[in-house]
Write a protein that binds this ligand. Structure first.
Ligand code: Q9C
Ligand code: ZN
Length: 663
């Protein structure tokens, strides 16, 4: 490490970054994809109210949740938060027959086409040929628009016109198959988009993330043998008792032939999964694999029936969870992300979650996720099983103990429940109420009404504050980072002398400290949401910075120290979590809940300054380049730490080993 040690104080008020305002002047020519060094900016929003022009014409309790209001209320809410005007409007178009046939057969296309001129009677008859599908004379037109909207989004992102975007479409797509409509889906929008992107832009690796609560079996079937498309889906499964009731939705469907390892299913065997279960599945399954896969484009099958209040999913994830899922994915594929609406049947939950997704794509600061962060036992079992099933295919999982759990904690209950349903002849309460809103839905309405007011806090100006010691280092910082040094030196002297008289005599040290506190002050006073400072006396600076934070009234501060350094800090009150990534074994200190030392044999380079600053200011997300697997030493060190810490830090849990349940 160089003379000046890099210090990073990451505050819990981790805000985000801003649009650079820099236009991508040299957009890649149409039909050619090149990885241009300048990142595109802007978020596309694709919506056309023509896609609300079809609906269910007869009584069918199976289909009556898929209504035009799903689109209308989502778009209304986007307007309400002034998000529509911040996005780049991209018009829809019809998908062509050729494009539809990238996934579907011409015979099936003709069947769908023929529904345009049918009467109700005939429409009912065609609909009955499929599982959970209804047709309307306008369905064909809307289905073509849904495909076209998705392809317009892909084109906008791939051409560099925008960085990312969302398409609000009906009908959804992920259940539809080569020869069949299924589960409200007619054409497989996302699967068509992936085939299209491969063809038109020569892409070699596309990641599809399906966070809809149903298994997108249609997408799985299309890409099962295709290693160029990695498909990830979590879904309500309940040991195959939940629709679409398929054996191949389980964790052991890993893909076939050359596509082995490129199909990731996370089956949820219980309802009520929530924020921590979803985040744990991202942390321990999707993200490690996705970073190893190095996608060039991400398509999100963006269904919100996995959110709280949804009558289909019966899960508990709150809208801000989707902000975080989106944010994690934005770190991949150079930020090229296309979210395409799938399910979502609780109108308020759906529209708030859509807004959270779009807000995050626009790079607004994220709301924090409140509440106990701990995945439930059943979620951990599912995660352990997927990791085990994929161990042969991914380096990030190669040290995993490959033990599928057969005795799942939910299995016996599940079988009892299934038997109960089979023997019961009485309609359940839910069936009896018919079209009136269920109590659950009303409860979720009320909850969301107050919850959204709480989490949409006023945000500090999205700015990065920076202070560096030597002007020579200024070139390390990207243009959008402001260098500010305006703290009163006299004030500082008084502040410091109360603790350390010796330090005040050292001008250089004092200057360093001044830098750090100037940046910190900007953040605490919400004049900036993040910052970076260089210091020649890192340990002293950290000590004073923390003191400053707690005086200010912060409750929790995460402090990550990269490099070997001696810190004497009182960590007992739980207000601070210190993580030290160091080369030297810290022999005298032992790990505790609030002191975690990660002994990694790797260069912790000062070059970090550059990437940290870039990341903070949002100029670009660091490009890792080709995937280099972590050394076995480093992985085992993490594993050891995880085993040691997972009693207390429950989000670390990804297997039920070494973990006594009921704690
Ligand atoms: N009793 C999407 O979310 N439900 N489709 C069948 C069986 C069908 C969901 C219920 C749900 C289809 C895009
Ligand atoms: Zn769904």
């Amino acid at each position: 490490m160089r003379e000046a040690e890099l210090l990073r104080v990451s505050l819990r008020i981790h805000g985000l970054t801003k649009e650079t305002g820099r236009e991508n002047k040299e957009a890649a020519p149409q039909q050619r994809y090149k990885d241009s060094p300048a990142m595109a900016s802007g978020t596309a929003l694709i919506y056309d109210d023509e896609m609300t022009s079809y609906k269910l014409l007869w009584d069918d309790p199976e289909c009556d949740i898929e209504v035009p209001e799903r689109l209308l209320s989502s778009y209304e809410q986007l307007k309400h938060y002034h998000l529509v005007e911040r996005c780049i409007h991209v018009p829809v178009r019809e998908g062509t027959e050729e494009e539809i046939m990238l996934v579907h057969s011409s015979e099936y296309l003709e069947v769908v086409k023929s529904t345009q001129t049918m009467n109700e009677e005939e429409l009912r008859r065609v609909s009955e040929n499929y599982d959970a599908v209804y047709f309307h004379p306008n369905t064909y037109r809307c289905a073509k628009l849904a495909v076209g909207a998705t392809l317009q989004l892909v084109d906008s992102v791939m051409s560099g016109k925008v960085r990312n975007g969302m398409a609000l479409v009906r009908p959804p797509g992920h259940h539809s198959q080569r020869n069949a409509a299924n589960g409200f889906c007619v054409f497989n929008n996302v699967a068509i988009a992936a085939q299209y992107a491969k063809r038109r832009y020569g892409l070699q690796r596309i990641l599809i993330v399906d966070w809809d609560v149903h298994h997108g079996q249609g997408v799985q079937y299309v890409f099962e043998e295709d290693p160029s498309v990695l498909y990830y889906s979590w879904h309500r499964y309940e040991h195959q008792q939940f629709w679409p009731l398929l054996r191949e939705s389980d964790y052991d469907a890993v893909g076939q032939g050359k596509g082995k390892g490129f199909n990731l299913n996370v089956p949820w065997n219980k309802v009520g999964m929530g924020n921590s279960d979803y985040l744990a599945a991202f942390f321990h399954v999707l993200l490690p694999v996705a970073f190893e896969f190095v996608p060039e484009l991400i398509l999100v099958s963006s269904g919100y029936d996995s959110g709280i209040g949804d009558p289909e999913g019966q899960m508990n994830a709150t809208p801000e969870c989707f902000a975080h899922l989106t944010h994690f994915l934005m770190q991949l594929a150079n930020g090229r992300l296309c979210a395409v609406l799938e399910g979502g049947y609780h109108l308020k939950s759906l529209s708030e979650s859509v807004c959270m997704t779009v807000k995050t794509l626009l790079r607004d600061p994220l709301p924090q996720i409140a509440g106990e962060m701990a995945p439930c036992l059943s979620a951990i079992e599912s995660i352990q099983n997927v990791r085990g099933a994929h161990k042969p295919y991914w380096k990030c999982l190669m040290y995993e103990e490959a033990t599928p759990l057969h005795d799942l904690s939910t299995k016996s209950q599940q079988i009892m429940k299934a038997e109960l349903i089979q023997t019961s002849t009485h309609p359940t309460a839910e069936q009896a109420v018919g079209t009136t809103k269920s109590d659950e839905a009303i409860k979720a309405d009320r909850f969301l009404e107050s919850h959204m007011k709480k989490i949409l806090f006023p945000v500090p100006p999205v700015k990065t504050a920076a202070a560096i010691v030597s002007k020579a280092d200024a070139h390390l910082l990207p243009v959008s980072v402001q260098v500010e040094m305006e703290m009163n030196a006299q004030e500082l002297k008084t502040f410091v002398s109360a603790f350390d008289v010796e330090l005040v005599k050292e001008e250089k040290a004092l200057l360093s400290l001044q830098n750090v506190l100037a940046v910190l002050d900007k953040i605490l006073k919400k004049k900036a949401c993040n910052g970076i400072a260089e210091s020649s006396v890192a340990s002293v600076s950290i000590t004073f910075a923390l003191k400053h934070c707690f005086d200010f009234g912060l409750q929790r501060v995460l402090c990550i120290v990269v490099g070997d350094m001696d810190l004497e800090l009182d960590l007992d009150d739980g207000k601070m979590l210190l993580m030290n990534i160091c080369q030297k074994q810290q022999t005298e200190k032992t790990n505790s809940k609030y002191y975690i030392s990660l002994n990694w044999k790797e260069d912790t380079e000062i070059k970090l300054v550059q990437s940290v600053a870039k990341a903070l200011s949002g100029v670009s997300t660091p490009d890792f380049g080709a995937y280099t697997p972590a050394s076995q030493e480093n992985v085992l060190e993490i594993k050891r730490l995880r085993d040691q810490l997972q009693q207390e830090w429950k989000m670390l849990r990804c297997s039920v080993r070494n973990w006594v349940s009921g704690s």
